[in-house]
Write a protein that binds this ligand. Structure first.
Ligand SMILES: Cc1ncc(COP(=O)(O)O)c(C=O)c1O
Length: 377
């Protein structure tokens, strides 16, 4: 008897409410920058308790702006270094290369996030920043990395693509990084279709981001439309910017998703607790520790197994479709110069599996995945 396939990710949208929010944009005749993007920025800023939030068309754009703005603000030279992780989606590291800076890979620890000792060992006179990825919504040893950045006068960029709703000691993450970037891409725990949020701690950099994400123009179209008086069509272009800003349709989707993200994350943690319960007695499955004091978004539930490729194939035969987050970036041609520099990440990269985790999964689905996984070892 064939059973329903179990996918890695299936995003949940509150469809009627989301369509209503999109309808508002269509009826108003405003689908671009402004209107809903302004509402979403305000709602997200209040939700995450961060000083600033600028809505963009992706986290990739946000990571690029974060690096570009820091480079300009602090007059970093081409070739200056940012310490980063090899276990991530390539956007994280491309952002460094876009600005002709050098990604220096440090190793990961058991949390699959950067290992503070390895970061410390990679410091050089040219180190300017650390790029930290909160894998799957976990914080790993983030606080130790933050303290290291303070000690050495380095900027801290938090790639929080997986971390909407992650709290540490009861407080939403992001407040103590120089800049934090969230992703609302199609399958993230706060899904739209494609979007991201760039959250600067410093107001001047938030203001600058608003110009750089709109071609370097110093007045956005919405401000021009809603302001009064003559000369509202006057603006200056202060530098070569990018077309990175978000739009009102994506913001409308995001605003509705944001209302439910805490509830959704709670169910994600319930699914993770079921996996923990069903897998903990199997020593051949290594689970990833969640940092004490962290309430993770649980974007991912990852395990490590020795025979990963066989396990993946066996699960597929059972119509279960897990994923891999991520391959060690140093195996890619672009990042090959870092190969063999991070043995722990390389080892994890060959063993990682992300088990299905989404809001439509039931306890029975989780039991089916766990049983199939154990049978495939
Ligand atoms: C760790 C990490 N950083 C950055 C990104 C890029 O996000 P976006 O697709 O919104 O550009 C992703 C998306 O998969 C990611 O997983």
């Amino acid at each position: 008897m064939s059973r329903a396939p179990i996918q890695l990710f299936v995003p949940t949208f509150r469809i009627d409410e989301t369509l209503e929010a999109i309808r508002e944009c269509l009826e108003k005749g405003w689908t671009g920058l402004g209107f809903k993007t302004v509402q979403f920025e305000e709602a997200f800023r209040a939700y995450a308790q961060l000083p600033h939030a600028h809505f963009l068309n992706s986290a990739t754009a946000g990571l690029h702006l974060a690096v570009a703005q820091l480079k300009a603000a602090h007059q970093w030279a081409d070739g200056d270094e940012i310490i980063t992780t090899p276990l991530t989606f390539v956007s994280t590291n491309h952002a460094i290369l876009y600005e002709r800076l050098t990604p220096v890979f440090a190793d990961t620890d058991d949390s699959l996030c950067l290992d503070p000792a390895s970061v410390e060992a990679r410091l050089s006179p040219r180190t300017r920043a650390v790029m930290f990825v909160g894998m799957g919504g976990n914080v790993g040893n983030y606080e130790a990395i933050r303290d290291l950045c303070h000690k050495h006068g380095l900027k801290l960029i938090l790639d929080a693509a997986h971390m909407t709703g992650t709290r540490l000691h009861g407080r939403h993450i992001g407040h103590d990084a120089d800049v934090t970037v969230f992703s609302f891409q199609a399958v993230k725990n706060l899904p739209t279709a494609d979007a991201g949020m760039l959250c600067w701690r410093e107001q001047a950099l938030d203001q600058q981001a608003r110009q750089w994400s709109w071609m370097g123009i110093n007045k956005d179209t919405y401000a021009r439309t809603t302001s009064s008086g003559t000369y509202k069509w006057y603006y200056d272009v202060e530098q070569v910017g990018y077309k990175y800003h978000g739009n009102s349709i994506m913001a409308a989707v995001g605003l509705v998703s944001l209302k439910y993200v805490d509830e959704d994350n709670r169910y994600r943690r319930q699914i993770a607790a079921w996996y923990d319960e069903l897998l903990e007695s199997e020593p051949r499955i290594k689970r990833i520790p969640i940092t004490t004091g962290c309430e993770p978004s649980r974007h991912l539930y990852q395990v490590l197994v020795e025979n990963r490729d066989e396990v993946m194939a066996a699960l597929n035969r059972e119509e279960i479709y897990p994923g891999v987050h991520y391959r060690d970036n140093t195996v890619y041609s672009m990042y090959h110069s870092g190969v063999n520099s991070c043995p722990h990440a390389a080892c994890a990269s060959d063993r990682l599996i992300s088990l299905p985790l989404h809001l439509r999964l039931t306890r029975e689905d989780v039991e089916r995945v766990a049983a199939a996984l154990k049978a495939a070892l």
